[in-house]
Design a binder for this molecule. Structure first.
Ligand code: ZN
Ligand code: FE
Length: 256
């Protein structure tokens, strides 16, 4: 099956949309266009016609460009079935266990409730690429607007089981703040400390920190490491269920 070319398009203040190009059929998609203009500019620059918009969840910073892109390009849009009524312009919907084909590149769909109740992630196995929206960030995770910490912990668990080499393309450049927070709950993690230094340098040079990988996140992201002994020990939560430790980390981040 086909491997995608993936390009990052900065939109709005700190969002990322992603341009996907499937070379066997020439099919083009864009993930989470929070604004149409930068997407249209990228398409024009590359001489490509847009076929599909892929939406992870209903928030405006991920969907606001959808209708303009449809109007200008005639493309179609796919998004989470559970949020169909909250996203104007969807032509079809996907749910847990279903797949979506962008030309010959096939995405498996995971429902990842937490940030929103109907949030989905798109996993292109043959491209080793996950589009995680606002579920998993570099060294962070989405705020819990519509679901419980237990639900989000279970959602993150689905993503944690993907192959470690999987590249994770997330919805925001929140990495610097996430790194500084991560060090407060996992201060003795040498891999995290080294990564935080590299992130500071990358952001000083104005470079994006996306994509990350599942393997890197498992080693350094405190929201995936809620069950790890050093974090439990640091938070004084040795016996509690991992979802409770996760909830405490999320609570601290919300107050940071
Ligand atoms: Zn969001
Ligand atoms: Fe967002």
């Amino acid at each position: 099956m086909a491997r995608l070319n993936i390009e990052l398009i900065p939109v709005l203040r700190d969002n990322y949309a992603y341009l996907l190009f499937e070379p066997e059929t020439g099919t083009t998609g864009v993930v989470d266009p929070g604004d149409a203009a930068p997407v249209l500019a990228a398409l024009e620059q590359r001489g490509r016609r847009l076929d599909w918009v892929l939406i992870t969840h209903h928030h405006g910073d991920h969907t606001a460009g959808l209708l303009d892109l449809k109007r200008v390009t005639g493309c179609k849009a796919v998004g989470p079935r559970a949020e169909f009524a909250r996203i104007e312009g969807l032509d079809c919907t996907v749910a847990e266990g279903e797949s979506f084909a962008l030309g010959h590149a096939v995405a498996e769909v995971f429902e990842t409730p937490g940030h929103t109740a109907g949030h989905v992630c798109y996993y292109f196995r043959d491209s080793e690429a996950l589009f995680a929206g606002d579920t998993l960030f570099v060294l962070g995770c989405g705020r819990l607007f519509e679901e419980s910490p237990q639900a989000m912990w279970a959602s993150l668990g689905k993503l944690a089981h993907l192959p470690p080499a999987t590249r994770v393309y997330c919805g925001h450049e929140y990495t610097l703040a996430n790194a500084r927070f991560a060090l407060t709950v996992d201060p003795d993690n040498a891999a995290l400390a080294g990564r935080a230094r590299r992130i500071e340098e990358a952001r000083e040079r104005g470079e994006p920190t996306v994509p990350t990988t599942i393997g890197e996140e498992l080693a350094t992201n405190p929201f995936l490491r809620a069950d790890a002994a050093p974090i439990r020990q640091h938070l004084g939560l040795r016996e509690e269920p991992a979802a409770h430790v996760f909830a405490e980390i999320r609570r601290r981040k919300d107050q940071a």
